[in-house]
Structures are given as structure tokens and as C-alpha cells.
Design a protein around this ligand. Structure first.
Ligand SMILES: [Zn+2]
Length: 266
């Protein structure tokens, strides 16, 4: 029954390209667990080993009496202890597993979505993907590097907060508050990485799969909420060639972008 078949095909509506919100939230939770543990270690070492030395250092400064293993040496050792403990939290194994799980989840999510879209045209765009292995590997390594940066950028800041605080005569309470603030910054960074990477990886995968289903063009689609930036709001509904995307790049790939591409068929 050719008529029935063609009606069924025509009636099939193109499913929207979806943003991987649940994957993004899970990735953020995974990263936040790392920053939470980093914060906990920082504050417990601070309370136990550094705090008593601050007072000691500041009183000894007044009386001008020094000893070989003075408060500053003990503070230095305590920071080394923090760093050592943080290596267990940000172990290369844990970082690699977190990044791998994230990139795999984006792929599973997008694959299903792109298969649903391709079905409208009778094409499975994910059947033969020679680019995928290398793309996954690169994306995982990039995320490994981003996660490692959270720790790498953290300790120079912690050191300067503690040493500056001690030298400037700040109270232990003031120094501790600054540390809490710095931990909050790492958490924000984790949130940024999760959101930014979700959109970037999704945007690039979507482009490859749209082209594989025969869409050389795409329609820009924002998340249609108040967080959409003006420059992307202006692109809403506009059609671009994949070969010639707008200056901000593919949907999802700009910093923190949650826009997606809808396939456009000739
Ligand atoms: Zn956007």
C-alpha cells in the first residue's frame, strides 16, 4: 500500500533537537563532589594545623622570638598536607572516569535524538561514524584537562590567602572566610565547565549527524528563556549553512550556550 506508507512518512513530525540537561546536571554533581571534598580537606587542615599557628606567629612577631621550626614552617607543611590529600580527591583515575562518563552520556543522549530526527527522512545518521572515536577521545581529554585545572588553579590561591593573611595580621576567622569564598569559586568553575562542555560537545556532534542525514543547513533555536543572551536571541529561527555558521559559531559552542540546531533539509 504505497499511499498509506507515504502518508505515514509525511505525517512524521521532525522531533526537536534537545539539550542534555540531565547529563549536564549529573556532570555538575560529579564535579561538585570533587570541589566539596577539596573544600572539606582545606578547612579541616586549616582548623587543625594552621589556625593555632596563625595566633602563635602573630604573637611571636610581637615578641620577636623565632625558632627553627616556627609557625610559618608548620603552616607550609600543613599546605603541603592539603595538596597531598587533594591528589587523592582529584586522582587521575577519578578525573578520567568522570570525563568519560560525561562524554559517553552526551553521545548516548544525542545519538537517540539524532536517530529520531533521521527517521523522518528514513536515514540513521549514526550507522557509520568514522569520526566518532577520535572525537570522543579528544572531548574526554579536554574535559580531563578542565577538571585538573580546578585543582591546579586552587592551591596557588589558597597559599596566597593564607600567607598574605598571616603577614597582614588577619584573624584566623577572616582567613577562613576567604578560603570558603575561594572554594565557592571552584564550585562556580565546576558549574561553568559542566554547562559549557555540554553545549559544545552536543553542538559539534549534532552538526556531524545532521550532515550525515543530509541537512547541510540548520535553524538556530534558543532555549527561549530569560537567560538567553541578546546576541543569540537575534539568531532565533534564522537558517545558516553548516559550512558557513554565524560569527558566534555553531549553536551550543559559544561560552555557556544552551542553544541547539534544528536540521534544515532542502
Ligand atoms: Zn546560545
Amino acid at each position: 500500500m504505497p499511499l498509506g506508507k507515504s502518508v505515514a512518512t509525511m505525517a512524521r513530525k521532525l522531533p526537536p533537537t534537545r539539550f542534555p540537561d540531565a547529563v549536564m546536571v549529573q556532570y555538575y554533581r560529579d564535579l561538585k563532589k570533587l570541589t566539596d571534598e577539596l573544600g572539606k580537606v582545606t578547612l579541616s587542615v586549616f582548623d587543625e594545623h594552621i589556625k593555632p599557628q596563625i595566633k602563635l606567629y602573630q604573637t611571636r612577631q610581637d615578641s620577636r622570638s623565632y625558632s627553627v621550626d616556627g609557625p610559618l614552617d608548620i603552616i607550609r607543611q600543613a599546605i603541603e598536607l592539603m595538596k597531598g590529600l587533594s591528589l587523592g580527591i582529584f586522582s587521575s583515575n577519578k578525573i578520567l572516569n568522570t570525563a568519560t562518563r560525561f562524554v559517553n552520556s552526551i553521545n548516548v543522549f544525542n545519538k537517540k535524538n539524532m536517530q529520531d530526527q533521521g527517521r523522518v527522512r528514513g536515514i540513521d545518521p549514526t550507522q557509520n561514524e568514522p569520526w566518532l572515536d577520535e572525537f570522543m577521545r579528544t572531548s574526554i581529554m579536554e574535559n580531563v584537562s578542565y577538571i585538573s585545572t580546578i585543582r591546579d588553579e586552587y592551591f596557588p590561591k589558597v597559599e596566597s590567602i593564607v600567607y598574605q593573611g598571616v603577614k597582614n595580621g588577619s584573624s584566623p576567622k577572616e582567613i577562613r572566610e576567604q578560603l570558603v569564598q575561594r572554594i565557592g569559586m571552584s564550585e562556580k568553575r565546576a558549574k561553568f565547565i559542566a554547562r559549557d562542555q555540554s553545549g559544545s560537545i552536543l553542538g559539534q556532534m549534532t552538526a556531524k549527524r545532521h550532515k550525515a542525514m543530509g541537512a547541510e543547513k540548520f535553524k538556530w533555536s534558543t532555549s527561549k528563556d530569560e537567560r538567553v543572551r541578546d546576541s543569540h536571541e537575534k539568531l532565533e529561527g534564522k537558517v545558516f549553512e553548516y559550512a558557513n555558521p554565524p560569527a558566534v559559531g555553531l549553536p551550543g559552542t559559544d561560552y555557556n550556550c544552551r542553544c541547539v540546531a534544528m536540521p534544515v533539509f532542502e
